[in-house]
Each structure stands twice: as structure tokens, then as C-alpha cells.
Design a binder for this molecule. Structure first.
Ligand SMILES: NC(=O)c1ccc[n+]([C@@H]2O[C@H](COP(=O)([O-])OP(=O)(O)OC[C@H]3O[C@@H](n4cnc5c(N)ncnc54)[C@H](O)[C@@H]3O)[C@@H](O)[C@H]2O)c1
Length: 305
């Protein structure tokens, strides 16, 4: 079976590619390398440096004729979506429509798409389940959720099956620590370099950190399942940002005093999610506890070539 992975040179996409290849799938990658890294790319995957908005995308689909698509490529930064909502919508919405139109031309069986906890806004209750009302508070939340509607429409009109995975905060090796990357990799990077970490707000905000290999496994199980619909991919574990920092300090054997800055616009106060639905219907549950995942980052070395 052949899988086309968009964003396969990025953080989550590259781990999905590795897992698929380890499980004997044939894999090709579409990535414009705007945020991807060459060293993330598995040498057994065929790579197309193409933008998902480009007319060239259809040519790639014609050449590869994938059975499945896992669509990870996106503008991922909440803050960028506030500064440039047009670009956010162009990549995340228009780019995805281009993918869906390409899927139509070669009869792709199923597409797996990552949404985000950002679509729930400030939660009305916790843990967030799949029935939780939606209330987006950033253009990024809107663009990620808009695609969920398109997936439904393309299934209804053209029979392209889909699963939409709503990830909580994903962390692991290869995550970008520059700019507004994941808080785990930012803390990790600063502590390793002997720099002071920055916490926005008092650090008591709750997050749900899910390890990237667990996320990759959820994607692979989604391809192999006959189910479709929306599923949370998370741990249902409450971790404050202060607690996260403590955990990383312990593993790196350092002790630091963080700088506290004002909370950022568009950031959600507290969020953790339930994985009951995906466990009941697909049999997925997370394997990694936070300290196990953080130890894996500490011991990570790239094993390609
Ligand atoms: N990281 C998280 O915690 C998290 C949480 C929820 C959802 N998500 C979603 O998961 C997906 C993957 O996120 P990530 O953290 O791996 O991000 P990432 O930035 O590491 O990877 C995205 C990849 O997409 C590529 N890309 C971006 N725009 C493109 C375009 N126009 N055409 C082709 N390629 C393009 C980038 O070069 C990069 O390699 C995204 O859709 C993101 O919204 C991530």
C-alpha cells in the first residue's frame, strides 16, 4: 500500500513516515521545506519538494497514485495566524482543498488529517471529549476546523473516507525549538544551553502532552481502520507548564528560575482531553508517560543513512 505524507520533512510527519516504512508501507513525501528539515527525511521515502497549493501537486498524485494520504503540512503557528490570517487560510484551507481535489483524480481511499485542541477554545468542561462545543479563538483554530467540514463534504460527494485526529500538545525529538515551537523542545533547548526558560503567565496553565510516537501510531491505526470521523489523540493527563519544567530539569539534572512574561493572546488557559473514543473504536491509547518521552528526547540521535 502506498501512502503520500504531506509535511513528511516536518516534526510529526517525519515520525509518521518512519513508522509507515518500518511497517512495510511504500511512502512518498510532499513538503515545500518551508519548515521541514532534510535530516528528518527517511532515505527510503521518495520526496517531492512541492507546495500543497501548487498546480504541480496534481502531477505528483498522477505519478504516485497513492492509496492513502496523511496530510500533516500546515501553517502551525497560532501567533502567525494572528499576524497573517490570509496566509494561514491560504495554506491550511486552500492548500487542503488542493489536496482533496488531487485525491479525487486518483481515487484515494482515505485521508488522515490532524486538527488541533485549538478548535475548542477555552474549554467549557474538562477533559475535552469529541462532543465538546467548538469555540475557536484564533485564525489557526478556524482554519484547522474549516478543513474538518471539507473532509466531510468530500466523503459525502466523492466517497473519500477520512479520519480527523485532534492532537493535544505533541512533543518529541525533531520538534522545532525556535520561534513559537513546542514548549517541551523550547524548555529542553534552553536548559541544555544554560539559558533561562520563559513562561507566559504563572505557569499553572494545564496542558496535555502526547508523545510523537504515540501520535504516529494513531495515524497508522487510522489508515488501517474501517472507521471514519473525529478522534482526540491525547493522554487525559493534566500537566502544568511549571510541572513540565520541573520534569525536564530533573532529567537534565539542572535547577533554574524561569522568567515569567504576560500570557499571550490566542493562548488557551487550561486544556486536557479524553481519548475514550479512539480507545473504544480503534484500540489506541498512549504508551508514553511524560518522563519516558522526555528521556527519549534526551537520548535521541538521528539514525538515518
Ligand atoms: N505540534 C503539535 O503539537 C500539533 C498539535 C495539533 C495539531 N498539529 C498539526 O500537526 C501537523 C504537523 O505539525 P508539526 O508540528 O509536525 O509541524 P512542522 O512545521 O514541523 O511540519 C509541517 C511541515 O509542513 C511543511 N509545509 C508547511 N507549509 C507547506 C506548504 N504550503 N506546502 C508543503 N509543505 C508545507 C513544512 O515544511 C513542514 O515540514 C500540522 O497540521 C499541525 O497543525 C500539531
Amino acid at each position: 500500500m502506498k501512502v503520500l505524507v504531506t509535511g513528511g520533512a516536518g516534526f510529526i510527519g517525519s515520525h509518521i513516515v518512519d513508522m509507515l516504512i518500518d511497517n512495510d508501507y511504500e511512502v512518498c513525501i510532499v513538503d515545500n521545506m518551508s519548515h521541514g528539515e532534510k535530516q528528518n527525511i527517511n532515505s527510503k521515502a521518495k520526496v517531492y519538494k512541492v507546495d500543497i497549493r501548487s498546480p504541480k501537486l496534481k502531477e505528483v498524485f498522477q505519478i504516485e497514485k497513492p492509496d492513502y494520504v496523511i496530510h500533516e503540512a500546515a501553517q502551525i503557528c497560532v501567533n502567525n495566524s494572528l499576524i497573517n490570517p490570509l496566509e494561514d487560510a491560504d495554506i491550511n484551507i486552500m492548500g487542503t482543498i488542493n489536496i482533496l481535489e488531487s485525491c479525487k483524480t486518483v481515487n484515494v481511499k482515505k485521508i488522515i488529517y490532524p486538527a488541533s485542541a485549538a478548535i475548542f477554545g477555552n474549554p467549557k468542561y474538562l477533559p475535552i471529549d469529541e462532543k465538546h462545543p467548538l469555540d475557536m479563538i484564533s485564525p489557526y483554530g478556524v482554519s484547522k476546523h474549516t478543513v474538518e467540514h471539507y473532509l466531510n463534504v468530500y466523503k459525502y460527494l466523492y466517497g473519500i473516507d477520512y479520519i480527523c485526529l485532534r492532537y493535544s500538545n505533541v512533543y518529541g525529538p525533531r520538534q522545532d525549538s525556535s520561534g513559537e515551537g513546542g514548549v517541551v523542545s523550547i524548555f529542553f533547548d534552553r536548559l541544555k544551553k544554560g539559558k533561562t526558560p520563559v513562561i507566559y503567565g504563572n505557569g499553572k496553565q494545564i496542558r496535555d502532552f502526547v508523545y510523537v510516537e504515540d501520535v504516529a501510531r494513531a495515524n497508522m491505526m487510522s489508515l488501517e481502520s474501517h472507521k471514519s470521523g473525529m478522534y482526540n489523540v491525547c493522554t487525559n493527563v493534566k500537566t502544568t507548564v511549571n510541572k513540565l519544567l520541573e520534569c525536564i530539569e530533573k532529567i537534565l539534572n539542572v535547577n533554574v528560575q524561569p522568567i515569567h512574561l504576560e500570557s499571550r493572546k490566542g493562548d488557551i488557559r487550561d486544556s486536557y482531553m479524553s481519548y475514550d473514543k479512539i480507545y473504544e473504536e480503534l484500540g489506541w491509547k498512549p504508551k508514553y508517560k511524560l518522563d519516558m518521552g522526555i528521556r527519549k528526547i534526551e537520548n535521541y540521535t538521528c539514525n538515518f543513512n
